[in-house]
Design a protein around this ligand. Structure first.
Ligand SMILES: [Zn+2]
Length: 72
């Protein structure tokens, strides 16, 4: 049934910075490397996705690493 589909906001850890919000601009072993704000999450440490699912359980199944899943 179409009316059973809901929009969810998924908050997932940022893979690019491992939720730190900063990344090294070079290889971390390079003594000249500096931390810079993560481009992927703009320093928040997490990414947000908007997806349609039948239920919250289905959303969690797709994003088992999510920090939170919020019906919107
Ligand atoms: Zn990030």
């Amino acid at each position: 049934m179409l009316d059973s589909i809901h929009n969810f906001k998924i908050i997932a850890p940022c893979d690019a910075c491992d939720t730190q919000g900063v990344v090294s601009d070079r290889h971390p072993n390079d003594p000249a490397s500096r931390d810079k704000t993560c481009d992927e999450c703009e320093g928040s440490g997490h990414s947000e996705y908007y997806e349609l699912y039948d239920s919250k359980v289905d959303a969690w199944a797709d994003y088992p690493e999510a920090l939170d899943i919020i019906p919107i």
